[in-house]
Design a protein around this ligand. Structure first.
Ligand code: CTP
Ligand code: MG
Length: 340
């Protein structure tokens, strides 16, 4: 009987894994979409070069870090060598150029925290945000993409976590919850901490890639094709990792004194970062260190209300993974606010 029970459990786990993998696969953008993104980038390069022959365009964010799901907008960075330019002037000029080439919904947002021009390309149907000289974002995009090249379980876990966060309404920085970028860093950290580890700490290894951006040295090991076996001693499957991830954020993380740090591949103390009290509007109720801008806590948007929402959602997800009969359905049930 014991053996029969074990066999049944195993077939349940296999079914759950298969279900998670099919959700992951359904979220991967098809090749045609990637081709359309390239087509739009080529058009933008042509337009930009006429005005600024020395400038270059880079894709960043989810369209380039390999964590983008199907039908995402694209993020583009216009790199103009000159550091002294007036960003607002460049954005307004850029908006003019785009407008006169029949791109639609062109809007310069010069007062945003990261100033951008928004646009929609009627030919490909893709929407796009263009920012100026935000090269740190281009470099952290490469770091994330390189991590994704080491073990496919990172991409699987991050797709599931992002899909969960969007379904549950906890992927809204303006409402005090976390950005997609923060969730991907949380996934990388989690896989670095697994025993045996599934991901290494690329910034802790011999640097094979090194650039200095805004006076910050960004250096890490980027020959990830040599690390394909790194996680092979750990045989955990996606269902176990999803469960482990939510369990860690629900019951395993020390919110009072710990900071997660992909840069060091471990947890460091809030004391060491001097992130122990609120300064202005920055609170440190959940601490996620940016890998390059190390004074940046990606959790600084979280306030005393939204930390409660986040932690309740982590607990709900962990409990769903533990007890629900059909966790794959329950996990992604849309959050519906109640007004009583
Ligand atoms: N970024 C950053 N610092 C932040 C937030 C974002 O440097 N505090 C940069 C990162 O390069 C990130 C990009 O901006 O990859 C886009 O951020 P975000 O919209 O959070 O992530 P996406 O990966 O584009 O996710 P989504 O699919 O939800 O658009
Ligand atoms: Mg994005």
């Amino acid at each position: 009987r014991n053996l029969k029970w074990q066999m049944e459990c195993r077939s349940d786990i296999n079914r759950l894994n298969a279900h998670f993998l099919s959700i992951y696969e359904s979220l991967i953008p098809p090749e045609e979409e990637k081709a359309k993104q390239k087509q739009l980038l080529t058009l933008l390069e042509k337009l930009v070069c006429k005005e600024w022959p020395e400038a270059r365009l880079f894709l960043y964010g989810s369209c380039a870090n390999s964590f983008g799901v199907s039908k995402s907008d694209i993020d583009v960075c216009l790199a103009i060598g000159d550091a002294d330019i007036n960003k607002s002037e460049v954005l307004l000029k850029l908006a003019d150029i785009l407008q006169s080439d029949n791109l639609q919904n062109v809007q310069p947002l010069t007062r945003a925290r990261v100033p951008i021009v928004k646009l929609m390309d009627p030919v490909t149907g893709i929407s796009c945000d263009i920012c100026i000289n935000n090269l740190l974002a281009v470099v952290n995009t490469k770091l994330l993409r390189d991590y994704a090249g080491i073990d496919v379980r990172l991409r699987q876990l991050a797709f599931i976590v992002k899909h969960w966060a969007k379904s549950r309404g906890v992927n809204e920085t303006y409402q005090g919850t976390l950005s997609s970028y923060a969730y991907v860093l949380m996934c990388i950290h989690f896989l670095q901490q697994r025993k045996p580890a599934i991901l290494p700490c690329l910034q802790g290894m011999r640097a094979t890639y090194s650039v200095t951006v805004d006076d910050k040295k960004c250096a890490f090991f980027d020959q990830v094709e040599n690390l394909r076996d790194f996680g092979s001693r750990n045989r955990e499957t996606i269902a176990q990792l999803v469960w482990g991830f939510f369990n860690y954020w629900a019951y395993g993380h020390d919110y009072t004194s710990s900071v997660i740090s992909v840069r060091t591949g471990s947890v460091i103390s809030k004391l060491e970062k001097d992130w122990t009290r609120r300064v202005g509007n920055d609170r440190h109720l959940i601490c996620i260190e940016d890998p390059f801008e190390t004074s940046h806590d990606l959790g600084r948007v979280v306030d005393k209300f939204s930390i409660k929402v986040l932690r309740e959602e982590f607990e709900r997800a962990a409990d769903v993974m533990h007890y629900a009969l059909n966790p794959c359905v329950k996990l992604f049930e849309p959050y519906v606010p109640s007004f009583d």
